[in-house]
Write a protein that binds this ligand. Structure first.
Ligand code: FE2
Length: 687
């Protein structure tokens, strides 16, 4: 239990107001639910065994600081109110408020509500404290990502709520792990663009003083980001989800900038110093997502206190790829996202930030265009050369090759003297390793926003004549610049897991807009395949994925369409052979395109391609749940149809499929093994 004094210090460091649980008594507040005055609803975040942060927004038309009353009760009728606090709101935090409520009981459901001085009340929220560290009961949580409401709807949350309300108490979710793209900062306006892919463009926000690239408007100020958060939180299903469970959140790229990294703003060809923009993004995130993330702007309970920065070009990089420019360091440290959460006996959740400390992209040097006609290969790039670029000066034990060779072409190795690629940055990586070494729960789960499973292709097995130019040799890694092609860095983490004999290691991630289940491994054939843990990627809640984009790809931009899509006679939509390509290889796709016979296609599967994969659906949307016990991790993918319009059904609409991957806890040195079960629906070519 936290001492009260320590708790006050903690609340101050987080910038939260605080309340302290005490004996129960009936509410004496004149609360009258008036949702219109709390237009973004309520939320809770980052539970521990005795405390949780509660949030709302109550805008006032004008004037200074106003005070709300917060009540926390053990029952939804507020007959047993255990905590009571004043919650200040003001324009300086865009009328949002955070209250850290302590002195609560572990693994306990609480209800909370806010009331203004005139008796106007928020909706009632529900939250749950974490179990104590020795609680042996199973842990249940969901992980989600990528909730684009500009181009889709959040039927997945409706389904999650529907199922959770009907689940036995021991099966209900304790919290929602949100792995980023809570907002998309690039916003389309429906009067400028009506559709994209299968999507209708819905009104989300008008961004004041923003920028624009193509059809996308994006924020440059805190007012711009606040407008986007308010637009997203107008979604009724997101509001209901936030009112039902505590969220534990980390940002991905779009909470700041599409292709941004550190404090550099980068979107659709625009790249500029964005220290002030990064601070604004952090401020709005802090204002709208209640969390225990530490801000640098002092101990205020009410305001972010944004540090002053100038947008200055970064010209110097340190030996680890960190931009050595004072404003950059101030901006990226204005809010520290990485943190760990203990949840009962079975879960140590370790969360990292993939963008604030990300080093320069190792794969974009202009000279690489001289090496091959990549367009002829549909953008494929050889894996062995990508590994050289990833490793930089550290490749091959510090002896990187002087040249890169592809077929007849050769160029000087542009990364010979560069630091190895980093997504985590040196300081955060050291922290992650330390957390892994110290973790004592049964399962050590690394929650990050980016996928860690290799997305590979085997064009070396294509029959002659299918490509304009034959592929010289070797595999392709098509991972979208995430941990799936960060061999050096993820290898350091996996080697630590192996050497420190850490068992129960698993990764859950997002960003890829697709469902993946498999194994964490440093290397794949022709190198050794030695998995040290499990690895999962959850589908997007709503954002368009690769298969939707491919279905809309013009036919003349498809050199080898049967490796992506095939038209089965009588089917209304093409079959997604891309899933088969990544799991089984080109021969399986070509066989399937001829015979549409899954058995025959699997008979020519390439066993060297993807021993690390059990499942890949590049077209799936929905959410994932995890159940952890003393001897098993069970991960369920709940896949819904493309969420183009809001379902009016209480259950959120149809399911496409539900598939479970479970693994028994393994001993150090043993290989983890997933068992797969399709519970309902049709997984297509995903297995
Ligand atoms: Fe996304």
């Amino acid at each position: 239990m936290l001492s009260r004094r320590r708790f006050v210090q903690l609340a101050a460091a987080m910038g939260a107001s605080l309340a302290w649980g005490g004996p129960a008594r009936a509410s004496r507040t004149k609360w009258r639910e008036t949702r219109a005055m709390f237009p973004e609803g309520v939320a809770s975040g980052d539970p521990d065994p005795t405390s949780v942060i509660l949030w709302t927004r109550r805008p006032f038309a004008a004037g200074g600081r106003q005070m709300l009353t917060l009540e926390v009760a053990e029952d939804p009728a507020f007959g047993r109110v255990v905590a009571h606090a004043r919650a200040p709101v003001s324009a300086a935090a865009d009328w949002t408020t955070r209250v850290l409520v302590g002195g609560l009981k572990p693994a306990h459901v609480y209800w909370y509500r806010f009331t203004d001085a005139d008796g106007n009340g928020s909706r009632i929220g529900r939250t749950i404290t974490a179990p104590s560290a020795d609680d042996p009961r199973p842990v249940n949580f969901a992980f989600v990502s990528c909730q684009d409401v500009n181009e889709g709807t959040l039927n997945a949350y409706r389904r999650m709520i529907f199922e959770d309300e009907r689940a036995a108490p021991a099966e209900q979710l304790g919290f929602i792990l949100h792995l980023g793209d809570f907002i998309y900062e690039v916003v389309e306006y429906p009067d400028e663009v009506k559709t994209r892919y299968d999507r209708t463009i819905y009104e989300v926000a008008r961004i004041p003083d923003g920028g624009k690239v193509g059809h996308f408007h994006f924020p440059l100020t805190v007012e711009g980001y606040r407008a986007v958060y308010k637009g997203y939180l107008a979604d009724p299903d997101l509001q209901d989800a936030r009112a039902r469970w505590p969220f534990v959140a980390i940002w991905d790229n779009h909470e700041f900038s599409w292709q941004g990294w550190q404090s550099i703003q980068q979107a659709g060809g625009i790249s500029r110093p964005g220290q002030g923009i990064k601070v604004a993004a952090n401020q709005a995130w802090w204002e709208y997502l209640p969390s225990r993330c530490k801000k640098s702007g002092g101990a205020s309970w009410e305001h972010f206190e944004a540090p002053a920065v100038a947008n200055v070009e970064i010209k110097k990089w340190d030996e680890n790829g960190l931009g050595d420019e004072p404003n950059n360091l101030i901006a990226i440290n204005s809010l520290i996202g990485y943190r760990a959460l203990r949840y009962g006996k079975h879960l140590d959740l370790i969360i990292t930030d993939q963008h604030s400390y990300h080093g320069p992209d190792p794969f974009s040097d202009d000279s690489l265009n001289k090496l091959g006609d990549w367009a002829a290969y549909d953008g494929w790039f050889p894996e062995d050369l990508q590994q050289v670029l990833d490793g930089g000066r550290a490749f091959n034990g510090g002896n990187p090759p002087a040249e890169l060779v592809f077929g007849e072409a050769r160029i000087p190795n542009p990364r010979k003297d560069a630091p190895p690629q980093t997504i985590l940055g040196a300081e955060q990586k050291a922290w992650l390793k330390d957390q892994l070494k110290r973790a004592t729960a049964t399962w050590k789960i690394w929650g990050n926003s980016q996928g860690a499973l290799d997305e590979r292709v085997d064009p070396q097995n294509l029959p002659a004549g299918l490509l304009a130019k034959p592929w010289p040799s070797g595999f392709v890694n098509a991972s979208p610049n995430d941990y799936g092609c960060a061999w050096k860095e993820r290898g350091e983490i996996y080697d630590l897991v192996r050497d420190a004999k850490i068992t129960g290691f698993a990764i859950v991630s997002g960003d890829r807009h697709s469902f993946w289940a498999g194994y964490a491994t440093s290397s794949l054939p022709p190198e050794k395949f030695v998995p040290v843990g499990l690895s999962f990627v959850g589908g997007s809640l709503s954002s368009a994925g690769a298969m939707e984009a491919l279905e809309h790809r013009p036919p003349n931009k498809f050199p080898m369409r049967e490796l992506y899509l095939v038209d089965r006679p009588g089917a209304s939509k093409p079959d997604w052979t891309y899933n088969m390509l990544v799991k089984h290889g080109v021969r399986s796709c070509l066989e399937y395109a001829k015979s549409f016979d899954l058995k025959r296609a699997h008979a020519v599967s390439n066993p060297e391609l993807a021993p690390h994969l059990e499942f890949i659906d590049a077209g799936g949307h929905g959410y994932s749940t995890v159940r952890l016990t003393a001897d098993e991790m069970r991960t369920e993918f709940v896949c819904i149809p493309r969420p183009l319009t809001r379902s009016e059904r209480a259950d959120g609409g149809d399911l496409r499929y539900r598939v479970v991957h479970s693994a028994k806890l393994w001993r150090a040195g043993e290989r983890p093994k997933l068992a797969q079960r399709v519970v309902e629906g049709d997984v297509g070519l995903a297995i």
